[in-house]
Ligand binder design. Structure first.
Ligand code: URA
Ligand code: SF4
Length: 193
């Protein structure tokens, strides 16, 4: 248990800044806790900070972040208004390698505390690492993107990671469809954004 019962997101962020629970702390310039509206019912979860994120201290602020912001804007979502964005690991893995299982195991404790405070109704996993961690260990983005899966009180959906879309733009159309499906789900569930 990291947080007390009434801890705010800012207080949790403060605690997280001191975290040295895995070796990723050694290479960080900034810890990247998360960004957005903590009252949001929609959360997006990526993998971990890249170079720009590490330098600036916020998630998805590099090229892939610009693409994410565009996709969000199409369905009237924005980090400045009505979503919250975080990552599976809060410190940048060296040379952007995949975060190791043990690093994810440590860091996901912080994400779970973020979930407890925000209590999102929908969580969108950006890419394989987040989807395999939060939906199922054998999740295949190419086959299962856009599917909504209920776990407890929360709906989860996995879609392409924006940096994968920059590398393979032929998947942008499918990702776009996932975002439209998300918009449909928000309407269907009558979530006020
Ligand atoms: N990729 C991620 O998974 N997260 C970020 O914050 C930036 C790039
Ligand atoms: Fe702590 Fe997570 Fe950073 Fe590891 S990656 S040091 S668990 S905040």
């Amino acid at each position: 248990m990291i947080s007390g019962d009434n801890m705010t997101l800012d207080e949790l962020n403060e605690k997280c800044l001191a975290c040295r629970a895995c070796k990723l702390c050694e290479g960080r310039t900034n810890l990247v806790f998360g960004v957005g509206n903590e009252k949001s019912k929609i959360m997006f979860v990526g993998e971990g900070p890249g170079e720009q994120e590490d330098l600036q201290g916020y998630p998805f602020v590099g090229r892939s972040g610009q693409l994410l912001d565009k996709l969000l804007a199409v369905i009237d979502l924005s980090r400045d208004k009505n979503v919250y964005i975080a990552n599976i690991v809060k410190c940048r893995p060296p040379k952007n390698r995949d975060p190791e299982a043990q690093e994810q195991d440590e860091c996901i404790k912080w994400l779970r505390e973020q979930f407890k405070i925000i209590r999102p109704e929908i969580v969108v996993c950006l890419g394989r690492i987040a989807a395999q961690r939060l939906i199922s260990p054998d999740f295949r983005v190419t086959r299962q993107h856009g599917e909504f899966i209920k776990k407890g009180d929360t709906l989860f959906m996995g879609t392409y990671h924006p940096s994968a879309l920059l590398r393979y733009p032929e998947n942008k159309e499918a990702a776009f469809a996932d975002f439209l499906a998300l918009r449909g789900k928000i309407k269907e569930m009558n979530i006020q954004i």
